[in-house]
Ligand binder design. Structure first.
Ligand code: ADP
Length: 542
């Protein structure tokens, strides 16, 4: 067989030759911007020419600090296809983390959406590697900044030819990189190769995975800086899907629903908090999205109550699991043919079945001994495969790889005999009470099943007798504000979790703090949490 290099250039070839007529739609302040892959290709060629003129060479890191929009998609194609490395910056990082990331990657050029210039402005004088900053705008007046001379995206493109001679790339060269959000310590960079992105795309497309077809209109509501928007942009290029971008209106349920409806989205993707908002909005307004056949949801576990609500709204959720270091797709919860209909919901609530090309095991984190797939034993998920990281950029972190070459995910799970994975917790979130483990995720999901509860996050707090005990932070649904008691929640939990799992305290809050990508931020909760009261501690010691 031919020695064909697996590169992202193949996606570019497909959108040009096969899918030129397919649309790329981006929400704007008023209305939408509409283009096609066919119109985009000459712009991608011009962009590659501009990058070359700016002195970008093979392997150089080119950063983007952009929302989900068509120009970001142009960068997704031009940067890796001309041999450089697409480094998507997480625009919600703290300035000190952003500074670390830009310097760790030694980015040479930064492309910034004009509305995000204030973020970059916080790093003035702190990005020595950055030679040029390119501003992307629709011609609105520039905000004040101290970044020096900015180049203009459209002016750069206008000066270049519509033709570009793409270099021959090697499949193992770097194509893109993404940093983890740094919930502990500095963010860590994962570098994706062309080959890993190509194979991951093929994995995403499979029918028993995310099953994108040319007939689909895909609406990724997951940021393009978050694990390459779960691989959806390239998958759309391979399959030829129409793609819809929310730009900066990602968290606004009304605008998400309106865009999905007006552009006839069939597949949408986002973390559970997005769907909690969307479900509330649909229930309130009576609107529905009958054309959407799949709601891809991952990033954190889907609470049962949410999946049931979404089912009632006619929105079928497809649960997926992964992480930045796994490109990210690791598993999808499709329902196997032998599962009886009355157990389908249960199967769909799992994190699912590992995708082809990736191997999985669970192991005792201390001894690394492999544990059985019996649905009872739980241990750390370890994975290996062509789109799984082996270490971090500039930081080999040998601890992350076992001696026999498996990547340690830090997620704790059980696996049943059919291969269905159920995540119990993250190793750092699991609550160690008197030598036994309590799953914070299970407790949260049980509490979120209460009809008066909007959100619940559970953490372990230091306890003199049991090492740690669970404390639940609960947000009531707006219509039940002040009308829910801790006793009511405890009562509700009695037949759902073991007695010794019942939270020692239930604290009501207005909102669960979220990470940069919309997940519950337990670090913030932990840091701000009042310890158990002296009275409770004294009682426990008696
Ligand atoms: P961050 O570490 O900043 O959250 P990632 O997006 O890489 O960035 O997060 C990956 C982690 O998110 C996984 O290791 C896992 O703990 C969690 N996660 C992802 N998908 C799921 C899911 N479907 N169910 C439970 N946890 C999930």
């Amino acid at each position: 067989m031919q020695d064909y290099e697996l590169t992202i250039q193949h996606a570019l070839w497909r959108i040009q030759r096969l899918f030129a007529r397919k649309e790329v739609v981006t929400k704007q302040e008023s209305g939408v911007h509409r283009t096609t892959y066919g119109e985009m290709v000459p712009r991608i060629n011009r962009l590659a020419g501009a990058l070359k003129r700016l002195g970008v060479k093979d392997g150089d890191r080119v950063a983007t600090i952009c929302w989900n929009n068509y120009r970001h998609l142009e960068l997704y194609y031009a940067i890796p296809c001309m041999g450089a490395v697409l480094h998507t910056l997480n625009l919600r990082l703290f300035p000190k983390d952003l500074e670390f990331v830009v310097n760790d990657a030694a980015d040479k050029v930064v492309f910034v959406d004009q509305t995000l210039i204030p973020i970059l402005n916080q790093l003035v004088g702190k990005m020595p590697s950055v030679k040029q900053i390119v501003n992307i705008s629709n011609g609105q007046p520039l905000p004040e900044h101290q970044l020096g001379e900015l180049l203009d995206y459209e002016t750069l493109l206008a000066a270049e030819s519509e033709q570009f001679e793409w270099p021959r790339l090697k499949e193992n060269q770097a194509a893109a990189m993404c940093y983890t959000s740094g919930t502990t310590g500095n963010p860590k960079g994962t570098v994706y190769s062309h080959r890993s992105q190509f194979l991951h795309t093929m994995g995403v497309l499979q029918v028993d995975n995310l099953a994108l077809s040319e007939k689909d209109t895909v609406f990724p509501i997951v940021p393009m800086f978050h694990a390459n928007s779960w691989g959806l942009p390239y998958a759309c290029g391979f399959a030829g899907c129409k793609i819809i971008f929310p730009d900066r209106w990602m968290g606004d349920a009304a605008s998400v629903v309106e865009l999905a409806e007006s552009e006839s989205a069939t597949i949408v993707g986002g973390v559970p908090t997005i769907w909690t908002n969307v479900a509330g909005y649909l229930e309130e307004t009576g609107k529905r999205l009958p054309k959407v056949h799949t709601v891809i949801c991952g990033g954190s576990a889907i609470p049962r109550a949410l999946m049931e609500r979404m089912d009632k709204l006619g929105l079928r959720m497809l649960h997926a699991w992964g992480m930045t270091e796994t490109s990210p797709l690791g598993s999808t919860a499709t329902v196997r043919s032998w599962i009886p209909p009355d157990q389908a919901l249960e199967a769909r609530l799992h994190q699912g079945l590992v995708v082809p090309a990736v191997e999985i095991r669970i192991a005792d984190p201390a001894t690394n001994e492999e544990l059985p797939w019996d649905g009872v034993a739980f241990g750390e998920i370890q994975v290996r495969g062509p789109w799984i990281a082996k270490g971090y950029y500039n930081n080999a972190d040998p601890e992350k790889l076992t001696k026999d070459g498996w990547f340690r995910t830090g997620d704790v799970a059980k696996i049943d005999p059919d291969g269905y994975i159920q995540i119990v917790d993250r190793t750092k979130d699991v609550i160690k009470s008197g030598g036994e483990w309590i799953s914070s995720v299970d407790l949260e999901n049980a509490i979120m099943g209460h009809p008066k509860v909007l959100e619940a996050a559970v953490i372990g707090l230091a306890h003199p007798r049991w090492d740690e005990r669970p404390v639940a932070f609960v947000v009531e649904r707006p219509e039940f504000k002040g009308k829910l008691t801790a006793e009511e929640i405890r009562e509700f939990l009695t037949d759902k979790v073991a007695k010794w799992w019942l939270p020692d305290e239930i604290r009501f809050i207005d909102e669960v703090p979220k990470t940069s990508v919309g997940k519950f931020d337990k670090k913030v909760l932990r840091n701000g949490a009042k310890p158990f009261s002296e009275a409770a501690t004294a009682a426990a010691q008696r």
